[in-house]
Design a protein around this ligand. Sequence first.
Ligand code: NI
Length: 643
Amino acid sequence: MTVVDESGHVTALGAHYLDPLGAEEIRQAAAIVRAQHELADSAVFVTITLAEPSKEAIAEGDIEREAAIVTFDRAEGTVLEFLVSLDAERVRDSRRVDGVQPPFLVAEWEPFVEAVKADPRYREALARRGLTDLDLISIDPIPFGSWNEDASGRRLCRSTSFVRPRTPGGNRHARHVEGLVCVVDLQTMEVESVEDHGVVPLAPDVGEYEAASVGALRTDVRPLAIDQPEGASFEVAGWEVAWQKWRFRVGFNEREGLVLHDLRYEDGGRERSILQRASYTELAVTYADTSPGHWFMSFFDFGELQPGLLANSLSLGCDCLGLIHYFDVVLSNADGEPVELPNAVCLHEEDYGLLWKHADLDEQRAEVRRSRRLVISWIGTFGNYEYGFYWYFYQDGTIASEVKLTGILQTAVLQAGEQPISGVLVAPQVNGMSHQHVFNVRLDFDIDGPQNTVEEVWAEPRPSGPENPYGTAFVTRTRPLTRESEAKRRIDPLCARQWQIVNNGVTNVLGQPVAYRLVPGENVAPMVHPDSPYGRRAGFVEHHLHVTPYEPDERYAAGEYPYQHPGGAGLPEWTSADRPIANTDTVVWYTFGHHHVPRAEDWPVMPVAAIGFTLKPVGFFDRNPALDVPPPDPKHGRSCHEA
Ligand code: NI
C-alpha cells in the first residue's frame, strides 16, 4: 500500500512512491506474474524493479505501486516485459520483445564457467599449457557483442581465462591464459567452439597485492580519526535524505545502480527543484588490442551486465570514513526471489578544505569557511575492474559526480622480449592493453520547474582594433540549443565551452534567468570508428552532450537491450527525430571518457583514477549562498580570525 502525504513525504503507513521495491513486494510481483501469466518452466526473471510512476500520475496524485518485470525464456530465447500493479494485484500490461537479449545474467555465471571447465577441448588446451588444476582456473564471461558474425539468433558469450596462484587469496586476474577463447551458447550452456591460438607461457608475476604478500609495510602512518562528536549533519528518513539545505531521495536498481530523485535545495524558506532524476545509464569500454584472444573485448558494462547486482557490500571494507548511513538494497534473482545487498550505498560527510576566504591585511583579520560535502556512493565489481560511483553535494549549491576506477587491469600475455603495440608493458610479459571507459549520465533537470532550455556558453577574444585596444578583451557567447541535432556537441576546453540549463521563466534578483551549468571535467574523443560494428552499437559516444525532450521510455544511452544488439539503439535512434528541445522538460545526457593507457604503476592493482563533472549554480542564487556557513570552531585550535 502506498501512502504519501500532501508534501510528497513518506508516511508511517507505507512506502513513498519512489522507494525501491522491498523484498515482500518483489515476491508479490513475481507471484502475480506467475499466477496470471503462463510462464514456462524455462523462464527466468531478469529484473523485478520499481516501475516509477509517470510525471502525470505524480502531478495528479494518482499513484499506483507498480513493478516492472522482465523475464527471459531460456529455452525459447524470448523476452517478455510485464507491468504489474501491486495495489490491484494484477498484470496491467505485458508484451513480448522480439530480437533482443537480456544482459548476461548473474545466474548464468556459474553454469557458464562450469560448461567451459567441463569441455574436453578446453581441458586439453589448458594441458598444452601445463595447466591441470581446474580449481586454479578462473573464467570471466565476455559478452558476445555483434561483430558481423552470424549468431543466428542464439545467445552467445565468449570466455577469457586466468590462473590463480596456489596461495589462498591470490590475484585471480593477474595471470591471463593467453590465446584460449571459448564460445558458449548461454541457452543450452554448450560450448560451441574452443579456439586455441597457440601457447604463450604464463607471465611470471603472480601480481599479489594483499598486505600479507607485498613485503614490509610502511610504519609511519599514524591514525587519522574522523571525529563527529555530535553526530552526522544529515538526516535520513527511509530513502529520503536531508543534509543542510539539500533534499533528495535515493533509489537503486539492477540496471543503473544508484539513482537520485527529486533533488532540491532550500533557499529562503522555499525548496527549489534542480534535478528530477539523475543516474548513470551506460558504460562503454573499448580495448585497442587486435590479437586473437582480445579483439572482441569491447563492452557495455551497464547494458550487458547487471551492474546493480554486482554492487559491493561496503561493510567488507573501509570504503567510507566517519559517521555513515548505509542503505541496504534489495534486488531480485532469476527465480524472482529478493536478493539482499546489505550496505550497498554509503552516505557520509567529508571535510573538503577551503570553502571561501578573504584576509584583510589592513586590519590583520581573515574570514574563512571550511567546505564540507555530502557524499553518496556505491562500488561495483565488474569482472577485473572496480568502479566507484560518487555524487557530491556542496554548501555553495554545487553538485559533482565522480567515478573512481580501480581494480586489476585487463591484460594480454606476450612472449619474452615482445613489445605491445596498443598497450604498455606493466609487468614482465604482461601487456596492459590501452582502452577507453566511456560513461553516460542521464540528468533530468528541473531548474525551478520542468520547463528548461539548454544553452551553449563559450568565450571569444574580441577582434583587435578599437573595440579591443589593449588586446585583452574577450566576451562570453551564449546560444540556445533548440533542436536535438543542435545539441549533439563535443567538449572544447580551449574556448571554455560549457552548457547551462536555464529556466527562462524564473529570474534571480539581478534579473538573470536561473541556471545550472554543466562543467565538463576530464574527457576525450572516442577512438572507436563510428561505422565499426562496436561504434554502431555505441553511437552515443560520438557526442559528449545530447539533449532530448523528456520521454519516460528513453532511459539508457545505448538502448534498452544492448546484449548482441546490432546497433543504432538509444540516443542515436531517439535524436534522429530532431525534436524541439527549447523551453521544455529537457533531459541532458552527458558522456565522458577516461582514456586509459596503463602504466607500470597500475600493476598489480590500480591506484584510483577519478573522472567526473560538475554542476554549478549560475545565477540560480542571488549571491554566494554559502555566506551563512558558520565559521570553523576555534575551540579546536587558535582563533580562525587571526591572519
Ligand atoms: Ni582502465
